[in-house]
Design a binder for this molecule. Structure first.
Ligand code: FE2
Length: 291
């Protein structure tokens, strides 16, 4: 089965006068929106930041947290610190302008999540299978239950030496979910409130979060699915920006270095078509609410 979920757009500008607008239907139905001519351009003085040494070694990303605007994970001092921060903040501002043009329906509802700069080589990361993002997965985090809230992400490849960001993408969310749902049981009674009380989760882990974590883990643990499941290889060349619902699109990051990423949050009710969301899709397949 061929996977064909990448849609390309000709935009060369982040600002309001770009040609592509009101493409909520494309992103909400699980496409990757790719802009091969929409580069995040670094200034001459910023180009030195394209080096792993600026990350402090504990975090894999240098990030700006919102709403505080605090910079985390950077190994910099003096004037480099505000310069690094302002590069990431500029990316956050441009990404926000872009998504509000692409998805005007979200105006007033989109919340800004972390902004990050990832200077490290993908291939150099050594992790457990569960954290191994070279395996196809949908984003779901054990300590950060989303309770159905959507994860919209904007990525830009800023590699200076021609290296693409190499991804694999997989089948549509609904067929992926149908594959594993029959084997996913209900969460243990009390486990959600216990995890929240103990501070292991930031908020209550709903049954939606339980199912999403199971889907994430079962896909990553299934080597036959990783090798032979429906998928396609996608290379994002330097200068490319791409936009995707990472809680819906099966993706795996196979290689590349130097990337910007901006996360946005959106409630299911604020989508143009709420029924396309993972929450509503899973509720339909299971025929019960996942609250
Ligand atoms: Fe991911």
């Amino acid at each position: 089965m061929a996977v064909d979920i990448v849609r390309e757009y000709p935009d060369t500008t982040w600002s309001d006068d770009g040609p592509t607008r009101a493409v909520e239907a494309a992103v909400e139905t699980g496409h990757v929106l790719s802009f091969p001519h929409l580069a995040f351009v670094l200034s001459d003085s910023e180009r030195k930041f394209l080096d792993e040494r600026w990350a402090d070694g504990r975090a894999k990303n240098i990030s700006v947290r919102w709403p505080s605007g605090e910079l985390r994970g950077a190994a910099a001092d003096g004037a480099d610190l505000p310069a690094l921060r302002s590069m990431i903040v500029r990316y956050a501002d441009m990404a926000e302008r872009l998504v509000l043009r692409l998805f005007p329906h979200y105006a007033g509802h989109l919340r800004r999540g972390n902004s990050s700069f990832r200077p490290a080589d993908m291939a150099s990361r050594k992790t457990s299978w569960r954290q191994d993002d070279t395996r196809l997965h949908v984003d779901a985090f054990p300590s950060n239950p989303m309770q159905g809230t959507r994860l919209l992400r904007v990525f830009s490849n800023v590699n200076p030496s021609g290296r693409p960001r190499e991804w694999r993408v997989g089948e549509r969310f609904e067929s992926f979910a149908q594959r594993y749902l029959p084997r996913i049981g209900r969460p243990l009674p009390l486990s959600a409130s216990l995890l929240a009380t103990l501070g292991i989760t930031k908020r209550r882990r709903t049954e939606y979060d339980h199912v999403m974590l199971q889907l994430h883990d079962r896909a990553k643990a299934d080597l036959a699915y990783q090798h032979d499941g429906p998928q396609a290889r996608v290379d994002f060349a330097p200068g490319t920006t791409w936009v995707v619902y990472s809680d819906q699109v099966l993706h795996a990051a196979m290689g590349g270095q130097h990337m910007m990423e901006q996360t946005f949050y959106l409630e299911v009710e604020d989508l143009a078509q709420p029924e396309t969301s993972p929450l509503r899709t899973l509720e339909r397949l299971l025929n019960r609410p996942l609250r």
